[in-house]
Design a protein around this ligand. Structure first.
Ligand code: ZN
Length: 349
């Protein structure tokens, strides 16, 4: 059995709270510049480490300048030749980094599109390879991982539909714990998603939507909860109080990421972040890194930033406990089903 005591780290001002579960992290946002450098060098693509770092991470003056610079931080990933080896190497590094942080379980969102073309894969081939590789590397690193299929709001509807069909396949179904709607929420279309996600609902899996991340998008959060029956919301920071009450009644989780909101500029002052207000209202909030490479943060640093957003150590402990709440879907996570259910979510001395 995994030894919790061996991984306790000290967090200033937080007592000995251990962040062992993270629910909101994207695969593309977890691949490190050095992995990209290794892959590109092997493919004969002449980028220096310095170039890769400056393309993937923020300089001080880029912080808070909106979504355009944020999206540019991922552009180099489209230039990588994604051979099987390159995908596996990236998954290996991501799992290793998560284990190094002391995290025991993570939910990772992944969109298969960019990994298909170099291998001449169908979506199903890509999903199969990715889930197998994650199974291998999570086991090696003694962590568990729930894979979420990410559907981008702005990608073609045919692609989104065929990705969904691929994981509805019986050989694939148990390997993916749910769906994550991601990207530019201005393309959020509840009628389309309600239609394609109908079958998915009957299986009690995770359905998360990235909504309420931008000012003026409060109605998207309400719609995701009422129209799509989403059980998790990524961000949701611009939800109205009425919608937050609705979310509390329905037991909906909010997977927050404060670094992310500051870096993308949707919140310009950490003290104005609604995390504390949401928690005091009774929302189930979790703290997450979202894209740890681009935002240069660990889950530990997110906890520290949460303090600056007004959360005290017992709030943070609560958020970490909420993150570890076993949902029925955890039984379908990649790897042994028992680990997340058995472990103590927060260890405090
Ligand atoms: Zn996200």
């Amino acid at each position: 059995m995994y030894n919790l005591l061996a991984n306790i780290k000290y967090y200033p001002g937080l007592g000995q709270i251990m962040p062992i579960v993270e629910r909101h992290r994207h695969f593309g946002g977890s691949i490190s510049p050095s992995t990209v450098h290794t892959i590109m060098a092997a493919n004969g693509q002449p980028f220096t480490m310095k170039e890769i770092i400056s393309r993937m991470t923020y300089s001080k003056k880029e912080i808070g300048k909106g979504f355009k610079p944020f999206l540019e931080k991922f552009s180099i990933l489209d230039e990588v030749h994604w051979s099987e080896w390159a995908i596996d190497e990236s998954i290996s590094q991501v799992c290793k980094d998560i284990a190094t942080e002391g995290i025991k379980h993570v939910d990772i969102s992944l969109s298969p599109n960019k990994y298909m073309k170099d291998n001449k894969w169908s979506i199903k081939d890509a999903l199969k390879f990715v889930s197998r590789s994650f199974l291998h590397h999570t086991k090696r690193n003694n962590i568990t991982c729930g894979l979420l299929l990410a559907l981008r709001y702005d990608s073609s509807r045919a692609i989104q539909q065929s990705a969904l069909e691929a994981i509805n396949d019986s050989t694939m179904f148990d390997k993916w714990i749910g769906i994550d709607l991601i990207g530019n929420e201005l393309f959020y279309d509840p009628i389309f998603y309600k239609k394609i996600l109908d079958r998915w609902h009957r299986h009690d899996k995770v359905l998360r939507a990235h909504v309420g991340e931008l000012p003026g998008t409060a109605r998207h959060v309400k719609s995701a909860i009422l129209d799509l029956d989403a059980n998790r919301i990524a961000h949701g920071i611009y939800a109205s109080n009425e919608t937050l009450k609705l979310a509390i009644d329905k037991g909906v989780y909010f997977d927050l990421a404060i670094h992310s909101n500051i870096y993308t500029g949707v919140i310009n002052n950490v003290k104005k972040h609604p995390a504390k207000r949401m928690m005091d209202m009774g929302c189930k909030i979790t703290l997450n890194t979202d894209d740890p490479i681009q935002f240069g943060c660990t889950l530990r640093e997110e906890m520290i930033l949460a303090q600056r957003a007004g959360l005290n150590s017992s709030d943070i402990k609560r958020a970490m406990t909420v993150a570890a709440e076993p949902m029925q879907v955890d039984r379908m996570a990649v790897d042994e089903p028992v680990s997340i259910l058995e472990m103590s979510p927060v260890y405090q001395v």
